[in-house]
Design a binder for this molecule. Structure first.
Ligand code: CA
Length: 257
């Protein structure tokens, strides 16, 4: 069944005509405005190349070492480990013990390295098997083997800097772990980020607690933070070097931890 063809109502035809007219006017206007824009752009370009506007011997701005890190740090940011004087003895800026861990044949060798005017944590990892892992743990408080719970509920997130220490890009997860005094390893829930790329340039990553922590994670009982390097995240390259710096706690908006 077909609908009999009827001529369009006059009002519709008028509307079409109007629409076409408007479209043509707009096209005409676009053509007009285009020309002055090009013309006005020319003097600017010319000015930029005159010696007065830009002396040839003007010193080039020094390349920024950490373009991704705010200086000064925003109010309320609480530095946790900057690796400047925390390596020997192993105490974070909050006073807790920190070190490396390894699992299933993995190994993370820790040192500090001067890079770009700052000391960084250098992690040389070797993950020989398909399920090898290694990483770091940094107690929020407490001596070796004696972590103490720390209330992190006033904080919104952790930020830190990550970079590759060799020619390859590596993948690193960041973890936040709850203290459970009834667990053999005193470990409760662990929240972790997806694998984060450690590449040629420093990148600032943010670990938002609401995103990575289990709803049952008791934020009044934070135990430790750290990185995890998983062989399965690395692709073909099972060993390498990554650099880490400036683990910092960021307070909740309006919070005063
Ligand atoms: Ca540092």
């Amino acid at each position: 069944m077909t609908t009999p063809k009827r001529p369009l109502p006059t009002s519709l035809r008028l509307a079409f005509a109007l629409a076409i007219a408007i479209a043509m006017m707009m096209a005409a206007c676009a053509g007009k405005t285009d020309a002055p824009a090009k013309a006005s752009g020319t003097p600017v370009a010319a000015a930029a190349t005159t010696p007065d506007a830009k002396p040839a011997d003007a010193p080039k701005p020094a390349p920024k070492v950490e373009p991704v890190w705010p200086d000064p740090a925003p109010a309320g940011w609480k530095a946790f480990n900057d690796y400047e004087g925390t390596f020997d003895p192993r105490k974070t800026l909050w006073g807790g013990f920190w070190d490396a861990w390894a699992y299933r044949g993995g190994k993370c060798a820790l040192s500090v390295a001067d890079e770009g005017g700052s000391r960084r944590l250098k992690v040389e990892f070797g993950l020989p098997m398909s399920n090898s892992q290694c990483g770091t743990f940094e107690y929020l408080a407490g001596d070796k083997g004696k972590p103490k719970p720390v209330d992190i509920s006033a904080f919104d997130s952790i930020v830190f800097l990550l970079k590759s220490g060799d020619a390859d890009t590596h993948k690193v997860k960041f973890e936040v772990t709850e203290l459970d005094p009834y667990d053999a390893a005193m470990q409760g829930y662990t929240g972790e980020t997806p694998p984060l790329a450690a590449g040629k340039e420093w990148v600032r990553y943010e670990v938002r607690f609401d995103k990575v922590l289990h709803p049952m994670f008791d934020r009044k009982k934070g135990k430790q933070v750290g990185i995890r390097i998983d062989r399965k995240d690395q692709g073909d390259v099972g060993s390498g070097v990554i650099l880490l710096d400036n683990i910092t706690f960021v307070p909740k908006a309006g919070g005063t931890p």
